[in-house]
Ligand binder design. Structure first.
Ligand SMILES: NC(=O)c1ccc[n+]([C@@H]2O[C@H](COP(=O)([O-])OP(=O)(O)OC[C@H]3O[C@@H](n4cnc5c(N)ncnc54)[C@H](OP(=O)(O)O)[C@@H]3O)[C@@H](O)[C@H]2O)c1
Length: 245
């Protein structure tokens, strides 16, 4: 089996779990992020462990002018693509809500950059009439909370974008899956206060790949987050605005 998969933000802990799960199923991989040294180590490790072809290259979500050329290069090197996993993301800190320079980076990394590269991917898959796009959004995008609402707004925008893309690509048989993880034990959440029910990135990666065998469009991981977010989304606004979340 070859069926190459492009992993964007491949140095993320969740992406590593996802890449390992794809490699274990025999998929060739293209790993992309801004850290070439780390990508080289990951690529060598995956190749040794699973015996699949693994290539890697530089990708910066914020450098949108480079995205079309980047994707062309990946497609040429891999002789086509079966699917794409968008895993990059940037949480920023509390200052993102008070200092627009920081907020703009959060929006660029999580939303604008994602829209840019996924638009290129969609234009590639649509005429092929096959393929998949898996976008990692977040439960943070389901409701605005004072602790991270710039990140939440960017992820909420990404979820809506993926929904529209799914609607557009359905007719061509290209699957678009939205993943909404809850808390996962990664560099992004390291040391953050108030975390609970924290999942392992390896398990989340396995679950992400397994969504391809199911028909779901929007997947909460672990699954119980669907119920937690159902409750959170239904708290009436006059009460919600008084809560410290
Ligand atoms: N951890 C959680 O609890 C959690 C919960 C919900 C959703 N998520 C989402 O899940 C995804 C993976 O998260 P994680 O916790 O595994 O992340 P992580 O370990 O903190 O890694 C973040 C990744 O994003 C990449 N990245 C950041 N800015 C980038 C940019 N401008 N261009 C390209 N790559 C960029 C980084 O790659 P380089 O630095 O190598 O470029 C890194 O690989 C993210 O989209 C995150 O928002 C995470």
């Amino acid at each position: 089996m070859n069926k190459p998969v492009l992993i964007l933000g491949a140095t993320s802990a969740i992406a590593r779990g996802t890449a390992a799960a794809f490699a274990a199923r025999g998929h060739a991989l293209y790993l992309a992020s801004r850290d070439l040294d780390e990508l080289q180590r990951s690529a060598a490790d995956l190749h040794i462990r699973y015996g699949v072809e693994v290539r890697y290259g530089l990708f910066d979500a914020e450098a949108t002018a480079t995205h079309a050329e980047f994707l062309e290069k990946v497609i040429a090197e891999m002789h086509g693509l079966e699917g794409v996993v968008l895993a990059f993301g940037y949480l920023g800190d509390q200052m993102a809500a008070r200092d627009f320079k920081q907020g703009a980076r959060v929006i660029a990394a999580n939303f604008t950059g994602a829209v840019s590269i996924l638009s290129e991917c969609a234009n590639y898959f649509e005429p092929q009439k096959r393929g998949f796009i898996i976008g990692i959004s977040s439960v943070a995008g389901d409701r605005g909370r004072q602790s991270n609402y710039v990140y939440g707004a960017a992820k909420g925008g990404l979820s809506l974008f993926l929904q529209g893309l799914r609607n557009r690509l359905f007719a061509s048989g290209v699957r678009v899956i939205t993943i909404k993880p809850g808390f996962v034990d990664t560099a992004m959440t390291f040391g953050l206060p108030g975390l609970f029910l924290v999942a392992s990135p390896q398990k989340i990666g396995e679950d992400i790949v397994n969504t391809l065998k199911k028909s779901a469009d929007v997947v909460y991981l672990p699954g119980f987050w669907r119920f937690i977010m159902l409750i959170i989304k239904h708290v009436p606004e006059p009460i919600f605005k008084r809560m410290k979340l």
